[in-house]
Write a new protein. Structure first.
Length: 143
């Protein structure tokens, strides 16, 4: 497996990573994704792709480093997706390990993510990865 951090403008963002990301973020299309990339990059948003030995993108992670008063500096994972056909093959583990390396190199105190309450399979995976539930996430829709 090969893990690659993709830079803005890299055609693999839409050609390789977006189809995998769409498995989780079904509301996206290429135009909206590109708008989010443009705005989000200035806010620290980065994307990492996992490729199998055949060169097929099988995993995607969106992430950023955030400073706050609670954890001081953390790596926050916006998106973590393994293509359905590649689940339980180590892709998610490899992506998280890669992101943890980024977090440690940036002197982060934690790696964090949110996961929808309905995603029980993902929760089991996060527990296996030695992650803990440390807070509730509250949301008030504005649209």
């Amino acid at each position: 497996m090969k893990i690659i951090d993709l830079e803005p403008g890299d055609p693999r963002l839409t050609g390789d990573l977006l189809p995998v990301l769409l498995e989780l973020r079904t509301h996206l299309d290429e135009e909206l994704f590109l708008r989010i990339l443009e705005e989000g990059h200035g806010q620290g948003l980065r994307f990492t792709a996992a490729y199998d030995d055949a060169g097929v993108c099988v995993g995607a992670a969106g992430w950023r480093i955030v400073a706050n008063t609670y954890l001081i500096r953390k790596l926050y994972v916006d998106d973590l997706v393994t293509a359905a056909a590649s689940r339980s093959t180590g892709v998610g583990h490899a992506l998280l390990a890669h992101l943890e390396q980024h977090a440690r190199a940036a002197d982060c105190t934690a790696l964090t993510l949110d996961s929808g309450t309905q995603r029980t399979d993902a929760h089991r995976f996060y527990f296996r990865e030695r992650m803990a539930v440390t807070a509730f996430n509250f949301e008030k829709p504005l649209v």
